[in-house]
Design a protein around this ligand. Structure first.
Ligand SMILES: Nc1ncnc2c1ncn2[C@@H]1O[C@H](COP(=O)(O)OP(=O)(O)OP(=O)(O)O)[C@@H](O)[C@H]1O
Ligand SMILES: [Mg+2]
Length: 177
């Protein structure tokens, strides 16, 4: 089925009764990267690996932000856990976990105070419920334009070769050195 991507209202459409309104993996990646920004990260590393021989898509988002205490880490996948002021729900991580599980994969979060956080989502490449990657360039553009103080390292590897992009090499208008 072709997914309509004409705007936010279209993105709100539910899929198969799922509560997940995030249509593309690139939008999940944006959500998780926003978590890193909220945790005062100065570097966010986004890696997308298509391991065709293992039938795996692996998406890793790593940051050098504040990290989480063990108890916060335990709660992080709970949709009613958030440290955002004025909010009741915290959906970024649970929705990505749901997307991964729906596509035969899983989500693992590793984090430690002052060390940062690593979010690793796996998906079966051949799974019928694997969401499309979507517009990853738009995700990177949104991050870079919205947060010039944060460096972004991006790497894609897979059937389409390898792409590496790093704001520390290209400059993002606010390079420190
Ligand atoms: N990279 C991170 N570094 C430190 N803490 C994090 C990180 N990612 C998530 N957290 C913690 O886990 C909580 C839940 O994250 P999640 O993305 O699920 O929801 P949220 O960011 O609170 O709200 P939403 O994503 O719905 O706007 C966050 O409020 C934050 O306390
Ligand atoms: Mg979030």
């Amino acid at each position: 089925m072709r997914r309509d991507r004409n705007g936010p209202q279209e993105r709100g459409r539910k899929k198969g009764g799922s509560l997940d309104f995030v249509e593309d993996l690139s939008l999940h990646i944006l959500d998780i990267a926003e978590n890193a920004i909220n945790a005062s990260a100065s570097l966010i590393e986004v890696e997308i690996e298509e391991r065709e021989e293992e039938d795996l898509l692996v998406i890793t988002i790593c940051d050098d932000g504040t990290g989480m205490e063990p108890r916060a880490l335990e709660m992080a996948l709970d949709p009613f856990y958030t440290t955002k002021e004025g909010k009741i729900t915290g959906l970024g991580l649970p929705l990505l976990a749901q997307a991964a599980k729906e596509a035969g994969g899983d989500l693992v979060v590793r984090s430690a105070p002052d060390e940062g956080t690593e979010v690793k989502a796996t998906f079966l490449l051949s799974h019928i419920d694997l969401k499309p990657l979507g517009d990853i360039a738009a995700t990177l553009q949104t991050l870079i334009a919205g947060h010039p103080e944060v460096d972004i390292h991006f790497r894609y590897s897979g059937g389409n070769g390898e792409v590496v992009f790093d704001t520390r090499e290209t400059g993002n208008g606010e390079a420190e050195d």
